[in-house]
Write a protein that binds this ligand. Structure first.
Ligand code: SF4
Ligand code: SF4
Length: 438
């Protein structure tokens, strides 16, 4: 099989051996969950339950409030203790539904029989996906039902399932492809039929040969699906890099995959779509990799949304010491967590626990003009220049130099020998340029 890729990028150490051979385990139902009403891009959901109300797993507790918004569901059976502001993993305080668990077992409030999806109309499928609260589970959390109905002037001809999982440490997507192969493939078929496209690719990095083999076997009799091997390189899983590698199409500056006729979804999203459409199961739990040298028993876990990080970490035997840095997501694009009281949300792909409290960047030194950042930038930007313009508040020039094209992959900061927090500066610059444009 030919191995495809994009230009530039980096090769960070993978650390996937900690969990890649560990099948997905289900976390026992926690005693309580904290479910934020804002877990997606767009407007927050509006609570539709009251304090003291009994709720069932799978019941809608927050309704979508706009074109770009999403539904939120109870993830366990129990009682609503409060609806109040609570710590969110992104460091904000947001409206959150606190549910305490009842003794009752946790079956979903859904039909017991699965249903065949082939007879459903495209509109029916999109409506199920919307009502099931499905958002991009690769971390972007963009509402999936919106992605699946692109505007008429953006015809889509290809779907790509993103099975790259290029962030070091993370193995949740890898395990889903191994442990739920047929469901993921059915999810891809539901998406391709809903989009009305004739061709779908499943892109998998070649550090997952078992997943390539299993997915190839499972799709061997489905002509519209092709599994493609991609070179193991970061950020291969960024949508723009994936589209370039698989189709040799370039998403224009400031554009979206639909501008080149493509929709991309993550493996977890395809699985969630299958479960919603066929098994009547809304998005109430997700697979998370709990890993790093700071956790006693690294695992891939299926976790109810809203479970506190502390409960997950305790189930994995606890942290290995006191000075452990906890990151939600991977080491390249994840966010450092200040409190283990925050909950797992729909966008949580990993809980990374690192001993010695250090990430990649340490003491910052002046730029030595080595050019490493420019050599690796997959978007062909000049990271050092953009960071400097941002620091100096030269927003117009930063805009002219394409700061908005930065995909915040962190490759530039990773290779910088001076440990300059390039992405942080660039993020500020992007925020300011967007503000000024508004
Ligand atoms: S400038 Fe942006 S896109 Fe380029 S390497 Fe840095 S973070 Fe990635
Ligand atoms: S990698 Fe760091 S030191 Fe080298 S040019 Fe870029 S910012 Fe400067």
């Amino acid at each position: 099989m030919k191995v495809l890729t994009f230009r530039k990028g980096i090769h960070p150490k993978e650390f996937k051996e900690l969990t890649e051979h560990k099948p997905i385990e289900k976390l026992p139902t926690p005693k309580e969950v904290f479910i934020p009403l804002q877990q997606h891009i767009g407007s927050p959901a509006k609570a539709v339950v009251q304090k003291g109300e009994e709720v069932k797993a799978g019941q809608i507790i927050g309704e979508s409030t706009g074109f770009i918004s999403s539904y939120i569901h109870a993830s366990i059976n129990g009682k609503v203790k409060t609806i109040d502001t609570f710590l969110h993993p992104l460091g904000l305080s947001t409206q959150t539904v606190h549910i305490t668990s009842s003794e009752e077992a946790n079956p979903l409030v859904t039909d017991s029989d699965t249903k065949s999806w082939e007879s459903l109309s495209k509109e029916d499928i999109i409506s199920i996906i919307e009502k099931s609260g499905i958002v991009g589970l690769g971390g972007a959390t963009f509402p999936t039902h919106v992605k699946l109905k692109p505007p008429k002037d953006k015809p889509i001809d290809t779907f790509i399932l993103n099975g790259c999982e290029c962030e070091p440490y993370l193995t949740a997507d890898h395990r889903m492809m191994l442990d739920f192969t047929d469901k993921v493939v059915q999810g891809v078929l539901i998406i391709t039929r809903t989009l009305g496209v004739k061709k779908a690719y499943i892109g998998i990095e070649n550090n997952k040969p078992d997943a390539i083999e299993k997915m190839s076997k499972a799709t061997s009799k489905i002509p519209e699906i092709e599994v493609v091997a991609l070179k193991t390189k970061y950020p291969q899983g960024a949508e723009k890099m994936l589209i370039k590698a698989v189709l040799d199409r370039t998403v224009p500056a400031g554009g979206l995959p639909m501008d080149v006729g493509v929709v991309v979804n993550n493996v977890g999203t395809a699985l969630a779509i299958y479960e919603a459409v066929v098994e009547n199961k809304p998005l109430i739990e997700r697979v998370v990799t709990v890993t790093g040298n700071g956790i006693k028993e690294p695992k891939n876990l299926l976790i109810p949304i809203g479970t506190k990080l502390k409960d997950v970490i305790d189930y994995c035997g606890g942290l290995t010491g006191d000075n452990i840095k906890v990151i939600m997501g991977g080491p390249m694009m994840g966010i450092t967590i200040g409190s283990l009281e925050v909950p797992v949300i729909k966008g949580t792909s990993g809980i990374l626990c690192l001993k010695d409290g250090k990430n990649f960047a340490e003491t910052v030194y002046p730029c030595i003009g080595c050019g490493s950042c420019t050599r690796v930038c997959p978007m062909n930007l000049l990271p050092t220049k953009l960071a400097r313009l941002s620091e100096k508040g030269m927003w117009e020039m930063a805009n002219k130099m394409g700061i908005l094209n930065c995909i915040e992959c962190g490759s530039c900061a990773y290779v910088c020998p001076s440990h300059i927090p390039l992405v942080q500066h660039i993020k500020v610059g992007k925020f300011m340029v967007n503000q000024l444009k508004k």
